[in-house]
Design a protein around this ligand. Structure first.
Ligand code: TXA
Ligand code: MG
Length: 343
């Protein structure tokens, strides 16, 4: 299958209008489309079409027991698919359109495979203008996981989608670099307070302030199981990733690897640490800066691209500097530690 790439950065351009029209036709016809959102790129299919949904799992190599998020163009469309609770109303009012996914009781309109047989369904109204334009062109809800091969870092550029999906999908809409760089926050919104299933840009601290409480799934005070997807190995580069806290630890580990006769490691560092290590003679090309230590949003924005870059450079050993797991740093560290684990 030939994969077409279509630039939709300017939504009013002729290329964008043609691409969006084509996306609508492909989606209505049961095909797959790669598209940008404010979090990461998604791989969309008509949520009502069981065969189209099956082809998402096939294209990604995704386990069938990992449910998909259904993307909608309006609150009204979401209400038709799931049973809104007062809590869901409050969260949607505050955060939609935006990077929050709500898990609610399904009304049973989409095939069971979308939610991997669960009685719940995850829904999200994205804020990215290109995503909204595509959802409107499709004229129906779109089931979409992140547009990476299962296990690889989520795509934050159209070129990442092409890397993983070339020949597997007919169309990728190129909206440029995504804004956030980590997948949406997922909460179970069926009860009195949200239960955090996956950390993201909308933080646990923020949800706690708005709703009084926001336990994470799997915590002692929370009986609900974590989001099925959280148990899989994710985001992993091909090389071995070691996490350290400071530039001193990075430097020490680098020396140790060199003494063991291992190939030069690639360093993923804060801007500040990158400066320190360059002063100490580490060549610039062995370092990728993820952003300032004080700005976790920069780490969020750059992490997945850096993990992919490590693969492009065939880095067999990677030393990554962590940041405090506070606020958005918690979402960064959730992805980073998974990338470092061999599970
Ligand atoms: O930002 C995002 O959410 C991106 C963009 C494309 O919207 N999508 C995304 O989808 O990250 P995916 O499939 O890579 O991750 C969906 C997550 C998984 O961890 C999955 O287990 C969880 O949401 N999930 C989906 N439906 C669920 C349900 N009914 N109950 C609990 N967790 C669910
Ligand atoms: Mg994913």
């Amino acid at each position: 299958m030939e994969t077409r790439l279509c630039d939709i950065r300017n939504l009013n351009s002729e290329e964008a209008l043609r691409g969006l029209k084509l996306a609508g036709e492909i989606l209505r016809g049961g095909g797959l489309v790669g598209f940008p959102t404010e979090t990461v790129y998604g791989l969309g299919a008509n949520a009502f079409d069981a065969e189209a949904v099956a082809s998402i799992f096939a294209a990604k190599g995704r386990p069938g027991d990992n449910p998909l998020i259904v993307h909608v163009a309006s609150l009204q469309q979401a209400r038709e698919l799931v049973e809104f609770t007062p809590l869901a109303e409050k969260l949607a009012e505050r955060y939609w359109p935006g990077p929050l996914t709500l898990v609610l009781d399904s009304r049973g309109l989409v095939p069971a495979s979308v939610s991997a047989g669960l009685s719940t369904l995850a829904v999200r109204l994205p804020s990215h203008p290109g995503a909204l334009a595509m959802l409107r062109a499709a004229e129906r809800p779109i089931a979409a996981p992140s547009a990476n091969l299962s296990g690889r870092p989520s795509p934050t550029l159209a070129s990442h989608v092409l890397e993983d999906m070339q020949g597997r999908v007919p169309l990728i809409l190129d909206g440029g670099a995504v804004e956030i760089g980590l997948e949406s926050t997922v909460v179970d919104a069926r009860g009195e307070c949200p239960i955090l299933l996956r950390p993201g840009k909308i933080t646990q601290e923020e949800l706690r302030l708005l709703c009084g409480d926001c336990p994470a799934a799997g915590q002692a005070d929370c009986a609900r199981p974590a989001s099925p997807g959280m148990k899989y190995r994710h985001y992993a580069p091909q090389g071995q990733l070691f996490l350290v806290k400071t530039w001193r630890e990075a430097e020490a580990l680098r020396l140790q690897l060199l003494q063991e006769g291992l190939p030069l490691p690639l360093l993923l560092l804060s801007d500040e640490s990158a400066g320190e290590l360059q002063q100490r003679g580490v060549p610039e090309e062995q370092i990728i800066s993820l952003g300032s230590e004080a700005r976790p949003e920069e780490f969020a924005h750059n992490l997945f691209a850096a993990l992919r870059e490590a693969d492009h450079r065939a880095a067999s050993h990677i030393i990554g500097q962590s940041i405090p797991a506070i606020g958005l740093g918690a979402a960064v560290m959730n992805r980073y530690t998974k990338a470092a684990s061999k599970k």
